[in-house]
Design a protein around this ligand. Structure first.
Ligand SMILES: [Zn+2]
Length: 466
């Protein structure tokens, strides 16, 4: 030992002495640099670098700095010039049912219960198959990549098909296998759905892009015994739970009828909460429940467009944020929105809060961006790795064009992103360091093939609802 330590120390000293002048002179090789853009970091100081640069190596961001500083330290295999464009974290859609794009435009202008029971559940009973889910998910992936979403949280059936399509497209997903009490296409009983979830979680364990999750539909479509079994499985497998929670006043009534308690109280009485629990909607929630959700570290997905279209109500987003609850934004399924454009969701999230609070400062543009990125990452339990442009985080980055007439003049990039930009303005989408769309050209999906398969599958839906 007395001999080895000095030898190791000597080797380390020599290595350090050699490495220092090397790093000072020769820039380190990285895979990708995005330079000269207006870099909206959403980091701890909410820095906006104008101009700025982002260096990416493999799946990770290695530096966010001025173009000159990044150029002096790194040499990239690929460089993207983002002059005049916004470079920002990819958007995180915290609640959707991707394959439901296949029911887009079906059964409009109805409340949630009528819409679900008269249109969606019957249509699903006749059309959902593994192939149908694959086709619908691919159509959704096209739309999401084209509008700057880099992570989506999904609740649906045959979630392994969603996972395979998502992984093949290079997208990141927190994918929840649905558990519901009536027989559905992929499970005759809730017990079958739990078995499927376990197999699904094993199949995609430790995947780079896919986080398997369990999705109990809601308190009003599940009994206490099944809710407890879901919770036990999520805790055992250490997977996130996603659940629709207190979405409508009708749900509060049904829960009181069935469980003699409000939805949050029934879940609390069952010790339901997992290390990561995402509650979608959280509209009909009182102050005590907000405090409880904060104590249990439950994340909220705010879905303003779906909540407005179905007249479900408005989530107390300002109160959640004041209490320190992680709030992200979601589109919900395209059948109740009717698109997956997170830019529009972000704008409506800000507008809706301004309107109901009668306070234009309720949610600022910067706060809307924060909810659509870092807030969503927090709600999904991924704040350490996703949601901002910082060294050490995963490289999920989008480049947004700012040259359309409606984007002129450009005084305030933050306001421009939230109040005037649209998903169509996204030019480049990068997930896990891989470019999925470059200058609007899709690199991982065959758009015309996906569209033609979706049109064919739409005939099945048409027949099912005749
Ligand atoms: Zn939903």
């Amino acid at each position: 030992m007395s001999i080895r330590i000095p030898v190791i120390a000597l080797v380390l000293t020599i290595a350090a002495a050699m490495a220092w002048p090397l790093s000072a002179q020769a820039p380190a090789a990285v895979s990708l640099i995005i330079t000269n853009g207006i870099v909206v970091t959403v980091d701890g100081n909410r820095r906006v670098l104008n101009p700025g640069a982002v260096a990416i190596n493999g799946a990770e961001i290695v530096a966010v700095d001025t173009p000159a500083a990044v150029a002096s330290r790194f040499k990239a295999a690929q460089t993207i010039d983002a002059t005049g464009k916004v470079v920002m974290p990819g958007l995180i859609n915290t609640h959707t049912h991707a394959a439901m794009v296949m029911y887009r435009g079906l059964g409009n202008d109805l409340n949630l219960m009528d819409w679900l029971q008269k249109y969606i559940f019957p249509a699903e009973a006749r059309t959902v198959t593994p192939d149908f889910v694959r086709i619908g998910t691919q159509l959704a992936l096209l739309e999401m990549i084209q509008s700057g979403t880099t992570t989506f949280a999904d609740m649906y059936y045959f979630e392994e098909e969603v996972a395979k399509a998502t992984k093949a497209a290079g997208m990141r997903g927190v994918l929840g296998q649905t558990v519901i009490e009536f027989p559905v296409a992929d499970a005759k009983t809730p017990a079958d759905a739990l078995k499927r979830t376990e197999a699904f979680a094993k199949q995609f364990d430790h995947d780079e892009l896919i986080t398997p999750s369990i999705a109990p539909h809601s308190v009003y479509t599940l009994d206490a015994k099944t809710l407890s079994a879901v919770s036990a499985l999520a805790k055992r497998l250490i997977i996130p739970i996603q659940i629709h929670l207190s979405e409508t006043s009708a749900e509060i009534g049904l829960s009181q009828e069935r469980h003699k308690m409000r939805p949050v109280a029934i879940l609390e009485s069952l010790d339901f909460w997992a290390p990561t629990t995402l509650a979608a909607h959280g509209v009909w929630i009182n102050d005590e429940e907000i405090a409880l959700l904060k104590r249990r570290d439950v994340g909220i997905s705010n879905n303003p467009e779906s909540n407005m279209k179905l007249s479900s109500g408005t989530a107390p987003v300002v109160k959640y944020r004041k209490a320190g609850v992680n709030v992200g934004i979601g589109t919900d399924g395209a059948a109740s929105n009717n698109d997956l454009d997170m830019f529009e969701a972000m704008r409506q999230a800000a507008f809706q809060q301004k309107l109901v609070t009668m306070d234009p400062t309720a949610i600022s543009a910067a706060e809307a961006i924060e909810m659509a990125t870092l807030g969503g990452a927090g709600a999904l339990g991924r704040r350490q790795r996703l949601g901002s442009l910082e060294a050490g985080k995963l490289a999920d980055v989008i480049i947004v064009g700012m040259s359309r007439p409606r984007q002129q003049p450009l005084f305030d990039p933050i306001a421009q992103i939230v109040y005037t930009s649209r998903g169509d303005d996204v030019e480049t989408t990068i997930v896990n360091g891989k470019v999925l769309m470059r200058d609007r050209k899709l690199l991982t999906l065959d758009e015309s093939k996906v569209l033609s398969e979706a049109r064919k599958a739409a005939d099945l839906v048409r027949k099912a609802v005749q």
